[in-house]
Design a protein. Structure first.
Length: 87
């Protein structure tokens, strides 16, 4: 059983998306990427092989956040606040 099973994904989508099956909204994607980034950050402390994966995920999350900021600033602010991201 991996760190990110179907139940955990549904929980993330239900919390940050519109429903537990909302896999496509920027908010749910950013939440999923943030969860994975946090997990990989912990793994990076033990194994430097995950560094490339971590950097790719951070880039994808940044792109989604930039898109969300351009399209709907209020949704951007809400997801940044909910996920406690720096910006």
């Amino acid at each position: 059983m991996g760190y990110l099973n179907a139940d955990k994904k549904q929980e993330l989508f239900a919390t940050y998306g519109k429903s537990n099956t909302d896999t496509g909204s920027p908010e749910s994607q950013v939440a999923l990427f943030s969860y994975r980034i946090n997990h990989l950050t912990e793994q990076l402390k033990k194994n430097f092989g995950t560094q490339r994966s971590l950097l790719r995920l951070v880039g994808k999350r940044r792109q989604l956040l930039d898109y969300l900021k351009k399209v709907d600033i209020e949704r951007y602010r809400a997801v940044v606040k909910a996920l406690e991201l720096r910006k």
